[in-house]
Design a protein around this ligand. Sequence first.
Ligand code: NAP
Length: 288
Amino acid sequence: MIRDIGVNTGLAAIIGTDIGHSKSPAMMNAAFQKLDMDAYYYAMNIKEEDFGTVLRALPKMNFIGLTITIPYKIEVMQYLDEIDPLAEIIGAVNTIRIRDGRMKGFNTDGEGFVRGLEKDLGVDTAESTFLVIGAGGVSRAIMTVLASRKAGAANPGRIYLANRTVEKARALCDKLNAQVCSCCVPIGLDDIPEYIREADVLVNATNVGMPPMEGRAPLDLSLLRSDLVVADVIYNPEKTALLQEAERLGCRWVNGKSLLIHQGCMAFGIFTDREAPAEDMRKAVFGH
Ligand code: NAP
């Protein structure tokens, strides 16, 4: 049962322009209920011309945190009092902690994804060699955190980054090699057959596999091997063509649910300073 909202209820919200379908309210409210906290999370569609006005008002109210989604992850940075160093390098913020009228921004997408590999599949992210396909927003977050795991590692594996627009892969690798860890190598989609041989972990960070590209894969599936770990950021469908083939071959695999739940747990911790009840959050979103 959700408690009544009173003058002391801590508020949190997801802000975007088209978020009626968001799974975050169910996930976060399940966690507040489980821990019997006087807090409530809801979804706010805010028009682009109103975003700055709304955001500046929220720290003056009972807000403890915000989730920021498309199209505001970059624009929001100008309104914050402080930004976590990795979010600064990623160049996007998706989670805000509000305390004493001040807002601090974080990016939980990359860390959520990497924790999924580490905790759900036991991957040694510092020493594994990665082939990541896609150099868009979610890839920027994943690549930054993967590179940060390799900084200072005894035997850091490389991260090969393949993208349809290879200049975007090159720009991201140049930035991470200079600012985080010199381990990133840009490649074209045509180079995948050569570099996948070295990879321990294959990551799909593109839209390829979700509608309207459902049934398609971001690479030639005959290149998969049973000893590859395969991760897809997509969770709708739960098993993309890539993951179906990975499962058929007996690969260890993980889909975008893992990212969603781990980044949600991180955000809950940022909002409340408490450990998130991960299983309850997963059940609230996926029913199992
Ligand atoms: P984005 O910034 O638009 O980037 C899209 C990426 O996909 C780019 O690298 C793009 O290549 C590539 N791409 C698109 N169509 C392609 C095609 N036909 N062939 C080859 N490459 C293609 O999107 P994003 O925000 O990074 O999101 C990417 C995916 O992550 C989406 O499927 C999204 O649903 C998923 N996601 C999941 C979660 C989660 O919680 N599980 C969270 C965030 C995002 P170019 O650079 O060449 O255009």
